[in-house]
Design a protein around this ligand. Structure first.
Ligand code: 3HC
Length: 300
């Protein structure tokens, strides 16, 4: 099934070589994932030989670990090691179809990196950023081809976490976005299309959760108790959980929080609309009790 908001996959460009800017932990994990799942050459770059060697060393050590656990054959392990190379020069990006940056999280640094990459790559090459919160539109703004920039936000540890946020900037074209989704699929990730707003979707939700967790602890709840509370939560998407709890109770809860804590908690207009319309949840349920979209709710 095509992820919501993904363009037609026929628009995606083939990716036969990948560049990774940076050789830190995230970048090295990305280099390994691209080599493993796409089976294409990956060239990693960083500022000096030492950093590059550390990144390539990480990839080789991970491959050796997989070999020791018999998850890879010796032939596959040496093939993978051969796919990932490192350099202090970006010249190796000249024939790359996709270059992803995973450098220091600062706008000016990332803009500079993209400008340097653009001077080397072909006009068709997709430029991706693994930023966790910065604006894709702003990052692309000084480039000759801002339409080829897309956010591909991975999660740590990259090898294990199933999710990938694909984020178009204002000027990202359909071919670039389609390539982002196709690459995500090739990497066996579950892709979601996120809006280009501060921290996108995941870190915005996670930030609120982590922030409140810290406050609960700061206000005197022992960490062990807070951890038990978290572990005791049902692993359900929030709006499925809403159906379980009931919108009226959830509305009452959010009104109480708003009264107590002010603007840190707001009363969701969606929640209020659900209660006013007499709905028992955001989703309807099918004959087996599974959540399905409710057209009446979507029309509210
Ligand atoms: N690299 C590769 N594989 C790893 C790994 C790593 N760094 N860490 C764990 N794994 C693998 C293990 O090899 C194991 O695989 P196997 O079952 O096939 O042998 C599997 O993951 C489970 O590992 P463990 O049994 O050692 O430990 P856990 O079951 O506790 O899992 C975890 C570890 C996967 C890290 C799990 O605790 C987890 O999912 N934690 C949540 C991580 C998370 O929320 N990440 C998102 C952070 S936010 C972010 O990245 C956004 C950024 O912008 C800030």
């Amino acid at each position: 099934k095509r992820p919501a908001g993904a363009p037609d996959k026929a628009l995606a460009r083939p990716v036969t070589k990948v560049g990774v800017v940076g050789a830190g932990l995230m970048a090295s994990q990305l280099a390994l994932l691209f080599a493993q799942r796409l089976g294409v050459p990956v060239v990693m770059t960083d500022l000096d030989e030492q950093r590059v060697a550390k990144g390539v060393g990480y990839v080789h050590a991970e491959v050796d670990g997989l070999l020791a656990k018999r998850r890879l054959s010796p032939d596959k392990a040496s093939f993978l090691k051969g796919l990932v190379t490192g350099s202090t020069s970006k010249d190796g990006f000249a024939d790359a179809d996709l270059v992803i940056e995973a450098v220091f999280e600062e706008m000016a640094v990332k803009q500079q990196v993209f400008a340097e990459v653009e001077a080397v790559v072909s006009a068709e090459c997709v430029l991706a950023t693994n930023t966790s919160s910065l604006s894709i539109t702003e990052m692309a703004s000084g480039l000759q081809h801002p339409e080829r920039v897309v956010g591909l936000h991975f999660f740590n540890p990259v090898a294990v976490m199933p999710l990938l946020e694909v984020i178009p900037g204002e000027r990202t074209d359909e071919a670039t976005l389609a390539t982002g989704f196709a690459v995500g699929k090739g990497l066996k990730k579950t892709c979601i299309r996120s809006k280009d707003s501060a921290s996108f979707v995941v870190n915005r939700l996670l930030g609120r959760f982590m922030g409140e967790y810290s406050r609960v602890v700061d206000e005197g709840t022992p960490v062990e108790v807070a951890d038990r509370a978290v572990a005791g939560l049902a692993p359900m998407p929030p709006f499925v959980l809403l159906g379980l709890v009931g919108p009226a109770i959830a509305l009452h809860n959010s009104e109480t929080l708003h009264r107590s804590f002010g603007d840190r908690f707001f009363v969701s207009p969606t929640l209020r609309r659900l209660v006013e319309a007499g709905k028992r949840g955001y989703y309807a349920t099918d004959e087996r009790g599974r959540p399905v979209p409710d057209p009446e709710v979507e029309a509210l």
